[in-house]
Design a protein around this ligand. Structure first.
Ligand code: ADP
Length: 532
């Protein structure tokens, strides 16, 4: 068997087409060399049978032997040499017989060689044309033998390459034949399973070691290993199985099989590949548990917020109610300083109620307890009159207000929720814009979406805080101190926008102003919705 040299190129043995000639009479050989040389056949005169046999072993295109050279031990040596040729080789032998022999009985020694080898008999005197044509056909046949040899060598080399690749694979690979003979295992298969390649010479040995239950072992053999009907080169997923290693550890391997066609002997060749997914499975399970625990914790938090907000509202309403009764003088006359104090109590109560309302709202949205009534709404109508809701504060700060947008833009939304979002954005814009600033609300259509932008020329938000402002209970303290609020307005607004199939985003430059954009789906039929 030819071994591939280290660089991977198969060795290419010589394809000698020279003709070895053994004729005890020196004259014959000389004559033949001359004649055949003219016909451009390369001739090598040989001194004796040993030289002839050596030529056959080292490579020769054909041999011409005179009958007289086949006496006793010489004949046996030639027979032995011809019989020990490699599988692919059947060197053509041309035997030159004595005159008249072909018409009579052939000597038994000659007949003996003739039946065992690729022999052509020529009776002397041989015509030059006969000898050259006989030799030419012999050399052509010899050439074909060399082709067979080369393709056998290439097949061996390519099998060696395949085995080397399987062996070196960093994960479990098993190359096996249809009858269960394991041809090659990857080192990773042995390393991970703990079983040496010598212990896994058949697929049955593997299944009986890897699967505790003999019924499972048998089922795996039948299902994974013996199914031979798949298309060559098409991997087939065999799923995950728990396998037992030599040390008794249970690992989860995920298997794939691929059919690689047939071996030269006709048996089908298959490859099984596995990935050890044990750790991955553990991590996925841990992650699932952690997510469930986090969801539980979040639900508990939301329930607590909802209950607490509800419980706070009742005494707060009582405080407000009694303060109102006092203000009305029900319990006797009220002095001016007392009235002032009572009015502060009422303002604080209203403020607190607003905050509690926010918390309740947020808890409800997060718990998925808010329902949406989506319908096509005219964006102009949606934004119309919004400034009246923040009118007093705008007036107080002397803020300018503008509104822009083309008519007929239809948006698919729940009008109450959309207005709640816009009111929150407007209130923030008023809150965070200095006196004399400007607030603008405008809308436009973009590939199936409607953008409604609320811009201000206020204090702006630092780039690294842009994401955080949408998180619940986040306030950018240094800018908003003294402005009140819970830090829930934007979290609620974004949850609402997303629940309606839209989004809330922000662009801002610190010290220059911010633009919050509420993006909602355009109403179907009015504009084509963007895919994805
Ligand atoms: P709240 O207004 O109750 O504090 P929000 O969730 O509405 O809560 O806003 C969170 C934070 O985002 C605000 O405290 C403020 O720091 C910042 N912010 C929101 N809108 C603006 C704006 N238009 N200009 C500057 N900062 C803003």
């Amino acid at each position: 068997m030819a071994i591939a040299p280290p660089d991977g190129a198969p060795a290419q043995p010589a394809r000698s087409l020279s003709v070895g000639i053994l004729t005890p009479s020196g004259n014959d050989a000389k004559l033949a060399t001359e004649i055949l040389g003219k016909a451009r056949i390369d001739v090598r005169p040989l001194a004796d049978m040993d030289a002839l046999c050596a030529a056959i072993v080292s490579g020769v295109g054909a041999v011409v032997v005179a009958e007289e050279a086949l006496r006793g031990p010489s004949r046996r040596a030639l027979s032995a040499c011809l019989e020990s040729q490699p599988e692919w080789s059947d060197v053509p032998v041309i035997l030159l017989l004595a005159p008249g022999e072909l018409s009579g009985a052939i000597a038994p020694g000659v007949a003996d060689v003739a039946v065992r080898a690729n022999v052509t008999l020529l009776e002397r005197p041989v015509r030059v044309a006969t000898l050259t044509t006989t030799l030419r056909s012999a050399l052509r046949a010899r050439s074909r033998q060399y082709d067979v040899r080369d393709s056998m060598t290439e097949r061996v080399a390519s099998e060696q390459r395949l085995r080397a690749m399987v062996f070196a694979a960093p994960y479990p690979l098993m190359l096996y034949a249809q009858d269960g003979q394991v041809l090659q295992l990857s080192r990773a298969w042995s390393d991970l399973s703990g079983y040496r390649a010598e212990e896994l010479t058949t697929t049955g040995e593997w299944t009986s070691l890897a699967y505790e239950d003999p019924r499972e072992s048998e089922a795996v053999s039948r299902h994974d290993l013996e199914t031979q009907d798949d298309v060559v080169g098409m991997p087939r997923d065999l799923g995950e199985r728990q396998v037992r290693t030599r040390s008794g550890e249970r690992r989860v391997w995920s298997f794939q099989a691929v059919s690689l066609g047939a071996l030269p002997d006709g048996r089908k060749l298959r490859l099984i590949a596995a990935v050890d997914v044990t750790e991955m499975r553990v991590l996925i399970e841990r992650e699932r548990q952690a997510r469930l625990a986090a969801e539980d914790a979040n639900r508990a938090k939301m329930e607590f917020l909802a209950v607490m907000s509800h419980e706070l509202r009742t005494p707060l309403n009582a405080i407000g109610g009694y303060a109102q009764l006092l203000e009305l003088g029900i319990h006797g006359p009220v002095t001016e300083p007392q009235r002032e104090a009572l009015s502060r109590i009422r303002r604080s109560e209203t403020h607190l109620l607003g905050l509690i309302e926010d918390v309740l709202n947020f808890a409800k949205i997060e718990a998925g307890r808010v329902t949406f009534d989506l319908e096509p709404i005219d964006a102009g109508a949606l934004t119309d009159g919004m400034q009246a809701l923040v009118g007093p504060q705008m007036l107080e700060k002397g803020l300018r207000y503008t509104r822009a947008g083309s008519p007929g833009v239809m948006v698919e939304t729940d009008i109450e929720k959309a207005r709640q979002i816009l009111l929150n954005l407007l209130s923030n814009a008023v809150k965070f814009t200095h006196k004399g600033g400007e607030i603008r609300i405008e809308f436009g259509v973009r590939e199936g979406w409607v953008d409604i932008c609320v811009s201000d020329t206020g204090i702006g938000i630092a780039g690294d805080k842009l994401d955080a402002v949408f998180e619940p209970f986040v306030q950018v303290r240094s800018y908003s101190s003294g402005q009140g609020g819970t830090g829930l307005g934007l979290a609620i607004s974004r949850d609402l926008a997303q629940a309606m199939g839209g989004e809330l985003s922000v662009r801002s430059i610190l010290g220059k102003g911010s633009t919050f954009t509420l993006t909602l789906p355009a109403a179907k039929g009015a504009h084509a919705r963007r895919k994805g």
